[in-house]
Design a protein around this ligand. Structure first.
Ligand code: 5AD
Ligand code: SF4
Length: 490
């Protein structure tokens, strides 16, 4: 790039793979770089700093990052001043491999070290030398030392970094201590640590001041959240929800992801009794076969999962429950898989995310059990399970026809984005996390509306805006927002 072409402010491009925790991390990293004078670009060709926020949960996610790194190699060749950084889970786990496969990478920064990014970028630009910042491995020190090396990264929030200023993520917990045998998260995100409730509540207040109507609380096992005040007092997730419920201006609170064994009655009662809390629980079952659950070290049996599910539905009438499943885990026989099929048939989940097992080097499953289910069998089981789930999702969705759903409008639907004119298809989510589409003006984004549902598919409810609410007659109308550069999530 010649000096005359150089933008006034340096530009950062960031590509994010993976979960909501990564989306939040990217938002915070960009906000920190903005403070250092950067602006966000969605065009990699114009970037001065290019960041890849990575995921290691499945091999496919890692492949995406390596191919993206391959794609940008020529840009680095053209412009050696371009700073390329790999950050997040893969960076923490595979520093050596990244250096081997993409030696032109200037920065490798683990999940617990993201706060250092502005300083590391400055160091790369000043010295031209690569910079590395990683947390300790789980066995590289005492618990306290390892915990300290995974910093909870939650600096001041910048509303401009969110695609939709009415919705925001709030981290309440980092890390995971469950050690499911297939999973890399306990090593990539370190020991489980809960954030101080006062910090969470003040962050929610800031977010509301910035226009947030809904917050989604994030944790790998969010319902294990407990903050020990050190004086005999403990704040559980149910207590935290009650405190957040008192935040004026906040309309909705969600939390993901739950661990089945930690679904306590105090939490379910809080979900039932606090009107702002979504009547929605994402509680991954992973398998419907006890032998598989044991091998996965999930710490519950199929019966115990059912007990939790019945209890949740009994205590929280109308609650929507969704799940995750892994098919083709080591040793999963046709009989084991049939048990999972039966569970999905009977459990009436709102929806399920289904994954083919992907062996992750370094996990207990990779050490102990051969990855013995052929790819085509995994694929078939994935399709079969999805077909059963989709049929159930359709039944679940059809029950909504003729009923009303109170939605927070998230913006244009995919169809709406392609259309023209002032009235286009919008997308919102109900209190039970159902996706609802309806026609309206884009300016309704960020408002709560009542939708009369008149049709359903396995993934979507269709409806019309209740008369009188179209132009903000409810008094919740928000002014149109300027167009923003969104974070690229791939
Ligand atoms: N292979 C396939 N799916 C996995 N998950 C976690 N680890 C693996 C793996 N090695 C799935 C689980 C989890 C979701 C986030 O990803 O279902 O709930
Ligand atoms: Fe991974 Fe299990 Fe922790 Fe979830 S609970 S992040 S699947 S180890």
């Amino acid at each position: 790039m010649t000096p005359t072409e150089s933008p006034v402010r340096p530009r950062v491009y960031i590509e994010t793979v993976g979960c909501q925790m990564n989306v939040l991390d990217s938002e915070l990293v960009v906000a920190a770089l903005k403070k250092d004078g950067y602006e966000l670009t969605d065009d990699p060709a114009t970037a001065d700093v290019m960041l890849f926020n990575t995921c290691s949960v499945r091999e496919h996610a890692e492949d995406k990052t390596y191919s993206a790194l391959g794609r940008v190699a020529p840009l680095k060749k053209q412009d050696p001043a371009l700073v390329i950084g790999v950050i997040g889970c893969m960076a923490q786990k595979d520093q050596e491999a990244i250096r081997g496969r993409a030696p032109y990478v200037d920065m490798v920064v683990g999940t617990g070290q993201l706060a250092k990014i502005p300083e590391l970028v400055r160091a790369v630009r000043a010295t031209g030398k690569p910079q590395y910042a990683l947390s300790l491995g789980r066995t590289d020190g005492g618990r306290h030392e390892v915990e300290a090396s995974f910093e909870s990264y939650d600096p001041a929030r910048d509303p401009e970094m969110r695609p939709n200023s009415s919705q925001a993520f709030v981290r309440i917990q980092i890390g995971c201590d469950k050690f499911c045998t297939y999973c890399v998260v306990p090593s990539t995100r370190g020991p489980e640590q809960s954030r101080h409730p006062d910090h969470i509540v003040s962050e929610a207040r800031v977010l509301v001041d910035q226009g947030a109507k809904e917050v989604t609380l994030l944790g790998q096992t969010v319902n294990s959240y407990v903050f020990d005040h050190g004086d005999g007092r403990r704040t559980r997730l149910s207590d935290l929800l009650a405190r957040l419920h008192d935040v004026d201006g906040l309309g909705r609170i969600k939390f993901v992801t739950n661990f089945p064994k930690d679904m306590t009655n105090d939490l379910l009662d809080a979900v039932r009794d606090l009107p702002k809390v979504c009547k929605y629980l994402h509680v991954p079952a992973q398998s419907g076969c006890d032998e598989m659950l044991k091998r996965m070290k999930r710490l519950y049996t199929v019966d115990e999962y059912w007990e939790m599910l019945h209890r949740a539905r009994e205590r929280v009438p109308g609650v929507a429950v969704s799940s995750d499943f892994i098919v083709g885990f080591c040793g999963e026989t046709e009989d084991s898989f049939a048990k999972t099929m039966r569970m999905v048939e009977d459990a009436r989940f709102k929806n399920s995310f289904i994954f083919k097992y992907s062996e992750r080097p370094g996990t207990k499953a990779a050490e102990r059990f051969p990855d013995d289910i052929p790819e085509e069998v995994k694929r078939r089981r994935n399709q079969d399970l999805l077909a059963v789930q989709n049929a159930n999702s359709l039944t679940d969705h059809q029950q909504w026809i003729g009923r009303e759903a109170r939605v927070l409008v998230e913006g244009l639907s995919r169809q709406g984005q392609k259309a023209a004119g002032p009235v286009r298809q919008l997308l919102g989510r109900s209190l039970t996390d159902h996706i609802v589409v309806f026609d309206g003006n884009e300016r309704l984004t960020g408002n709560f509306l009542t939708i009369d549902v008149n049709d359903a598919s396995p993934f979507t409810l269709y409806g019309t805006v209740r008369t009188g609410e179209t132009q903000g007659a409810t008094g919740e109308y928000t002014a149109p927002r300027p167009k923003r550069v969104g974070l690229q999530v791939v």
